[in-house]
Design a protein around this ligand. Structure first.
Ligand code: NDP
Ligand code: MG
Length: 400
């Protein structure tokens, strides 16, 4: 078994402290958690650049607090809102759109990039950070699903390091303890909360609402990943993410449902040992781990007391009611362009569900149709990946 995060991030090659950060997706849920860590440790982290999407007002508030030299927003409307809300006497360089995100990801002044844009929009900046040799704290799992092979190649060429922010992959990183292609690993086990509809059948899922889908039992997250958690697509994307991060074929990655979200994932070794990572379900924990690696720093998260939790339970995922996990497994096995299609159609379908245009159960149905039609295509360059992403979105938009 070959691991990708191998050679393990060499302590000597990592940036020293204080580490200068470029944060992409600063106005989102991951951004909120990252700022809690940064506020607690101003001696360890400085903020060089902040990028949001459309929420210019929130980005301006964050910039007023952290005073980065660079900022980026998605469009001119957000730029105006951003500039209108900046305090007098402070004028960061303001960039707009995808080229701006890519530039902030590769800024020579930044040691570390927190990649936390949601969706395929995170691909190009993550690739830019990989090409620029950055220490990448990666929350944007979609970029690995879309073009993990290209990001891996860029990291290998530049010496960039990926630190997995996604809580399951962070747990695996900790459980792997530097093990690589040494014949000692047997299996990775991703835990899944099961989302708000765990235990429900297909018929129930036909009529669930947006509000029900967004009501995750354990985690507070952005809308898209909350719906992905409800369909189990989040676990499907994470399975592909794990394969890219650790260089594995999908049959070596299992999924177990664990409703309490206390065990974040497990690594199994050939001697039968399984190493689990436990913690409160709060993204400050993996974010702090990544940003301060190899040091460990304190975070303001309630202490985990297992006696208070009482019991930890585990069950098999129901692939009949939640076909998205199976679809992701099949897409990854079918060839490198299939996950690009899966991801694009999922994003279109989730947006349509959130806008009240389709039912919850239409999300897997649309993906199944698209994957059934798809014939393996060229994804050997970023341009080819983005073209296939755009084409798959167009086709998904016109599905009945
Ligand atoms: P949110 O929806 O809360 O935030 C998304 C961020 O991306 C916002 O800053 C938003 O800007 C920005 N954004 C949206 N669209 C674009 C675009 N087209 N171009 C540039 N920026 C854009 O999402 P989360 O923080 O929950 O998730 C972010 C990523 O982290 C996702 O990939 C998710 O899968 C991953 N992740 C999240 C976890 C969590 O607990 N939240 C856990 C593990 C992984 P604005 O709001 O200003 O428009
Ligand atoms: Mg996760």
């Amino acid at each position: 078994m070959k691991t990708y995060i191998s050679p393990w991030p060499e302590t000597a090659s990592l940036p020293g402290f204080p580490r200068a950060l470029s944060i992409l997706g600063a106005t989102g849920s991951i951004g909120d958690s990252a700022f809690k860590v940064i506020r607690k440790h101003p001696d360890l982290f400085t903020v060089t650049a902040l990028a949001g999407g459309r929420n210019g007002k929130k980005l301006a508030r964050l910039c007023a607090e952290f005073r980065p030299g660079f900022a980026c927003v998605l469009d001119d409307g957000a730029r105006k809102e951003f500039l209108d809300n900046l305090p007098a006497g402070y004028a960061p360089e303001v960039l707009v759109g995808p080229e701006g995100y890519a530039r902030l990801a590769a800024l020579p002044q930044a040691d570390m990039v927190l990649s936390a844009i949601v969706g395929a929009a995170g691909f190009e900046p993550t690739l830019a950070a990989a090409e620029a040799g950055k220490m990448i704290c990666l929350a944007n799992k979609e970029s690995l699903v879309l073009g993990g092979h290209l990001i891996r190649r860029a990291c290998a060429g530049s010496g960039a390091v990926i630190m997995p922010v996604d809580s399951e992959h962070n747990a695996l990183f900790q459980g792997l303890c530097g093990h690589g292609d040494d014949g000692e690993l047997k299996r990775l086990i991703l835990t899944a909360s099961g989302g708000p509809f765990r235990g429900r059948d297909r018929q129930f899922l036909e009529s669930v609402t947006r509000e029900q889908a967004l009501n995750h039992p354990n985690w507070s997250m952005g809308a898209k990943i909350s719906v992905d958690s409800a369909t189990l697509m989040n676990k499907g994307l994470e399975l592909i993410e794990a394969c890219h991060l650790y260089g594995l074929s999908p049959h070596l990655v299992d999924v177990v449902v664990h409703p309490q979200s206390i065990v974040h994932s497990l690594v199994e070794y050939v001697d039968g040992s399984q190493l689990a990572h436990l913690g409160m379900p709060d993204m400050q924990v993996p974010i702090a781990f990544c940003m301060s690696y190899p040091a460990r720093v304190a975070v303001d998260v309630p202490q985990l007391n297992l006696a208070d939790v009482g019991s930890l339970t585990f069950e098999k995922p129901n692939l009949d009611a939640f076909p998205c996990l199976r679809l992701a497994q099949e897409a990854f096995a079918a060839g490198p362009s299939h996950p690009t299609v899966l991801n694009a159609v999922n994003e279109v379908a989730v947006a349509a569900f959130l806008n009240g245009k389709i039912r919850f159960t239409d999300i897997p149905a649309m993906i199944e149709v698209a994957l059934g039609r798809h014939r393996e295509a060229d994804v050997s360059t970023p341009e080819a990946v983005l073209a296939l992403d755009a084409q798959s979105r167009r086709e998904a938009e016109t599905m009945p």
